[in-house]
Design a protein around this ligand. Sequence first.
Ligand SMILES: *Cc1c(COP(=O)(O)O)cnc(C)c1O
Length: 436
Amino acid sequence: MNTSPSQISRPLSQAAFEHALTLMPGGVNSPARAFGAVGGTPIFIERAEGAYLYDIDGNRYIDYIGSWGPMILGHRHPAVVAALNAAIERGTSYGAPTVAESELAERIIEAVESVEKVRLVNSGTEATMSAIRLARGFTGRDVIIKFAGNYHGHVDSLLVAAGSSAATLGTPNSPGVTAGTAQDTLILEYNDVEGLEEAFAKRGARIAGVIFEPIVGNMGVVVPSGKFCEALTRLTQQHGTLLICDEVMTGFRIAFGGAQDLLGLKPDITTMGKIVGGGLPVGAYGGRAEVMNHILPAGKVFQAGTLSGNPLATAAGCATLKILKEDPPYVKLEHLSARLATGLREAAEAAGVPHSLARVRSMMTLFFGEGPINDWQAASKCDTKRFARFFWGMMDRGVYLPCSQYEALFVSAAHTEADIDQTITAAGEVLEEVSK
Ligand SMILES: *Cc1c(COP(=O)(O)O)cnc(C)c1O
């Protein structure tokens, strides 16, 4: 059964995966981890430290997935570990209010200009699901617009033409999502201003919300045009539709104030996750007080959670946001990311591999296809077979990249110039190999 494209044998990971396959669907708890897009056997992790992952077979990897976004400070940052240790001494869950929840809420509100009030939840999916319910409850309308290749978690009504592992698996419509649900979701191409104008001209009075990734990470990195951002703001305002900026990936990564700060956007609702939990399960959604006050118990839109605002999760989140504010790593991240992007681009050019490198700050994707890649139609034409060979070549040289062409890689504050240079050298060798 071992048809792994890897040149290295990892017998303990192989055995662990075979065991896991008997216990969990596909052997994993989230589909991207199964390596379906690149073939071979997933690598089982024993521990992580700083910029490195260590597998159970004793190999070390420079980590560019950072738990798919949250680990902007690297793994086991001492301040986050200390905050967690202190929290655990006081108890792990109470189901009653704590001061730490207000601290995390305050830190979010302070950082993200458009957010006046915020509700903490347990994942990005919960945040987007709740944001959509709120948009519908607030407007009394039913239709939601989303963009092909944007991923907003596994919410039924958003699992239509979704990116991330949904894109990789080729299941734009998951079984179990009813036709009725899908009908209330209108899919447009990202960066398609005309399509957006047309949708609003036809059905503006029925559109509750437009949800979008301000910088897309879930079809690989794709950047919005200025015209697209302008049209999103103008049309939603004209039609009384709520603009929902999904910053689960970009929040606190692109900038302390999120991608909306970089792009000058002022959404009605912002969804967050990943970094906001510092590596523990947290999501959040926030926005204008007038909108947020529609949520129970201030208003009538129901949303609740047994573990929402959990003491461990809020401790890790607060510690992470405190460092991002007081000792911001963004200049260092930009420097390291620019160095990596230049190195990867030059390596691809030298090897004669058709490519396009997209980067915004510490998020980037080396597309195995010529650009410009501005939407899902363009992204979906990339050479995913070549990407898979590239992925395993890098893995075998100790570099852990996202296991799909349609994901962003993340640089963390724990990476060093030496890590970046080692990565570029490895990429040079592997790109040469896969050019054949
Ligand atoms: C990861 C992600 C989600 C889903 O968050 P989960 O915590 O995995 O549920 C939603 N939106 C975007 C943009 C994401 O990147």
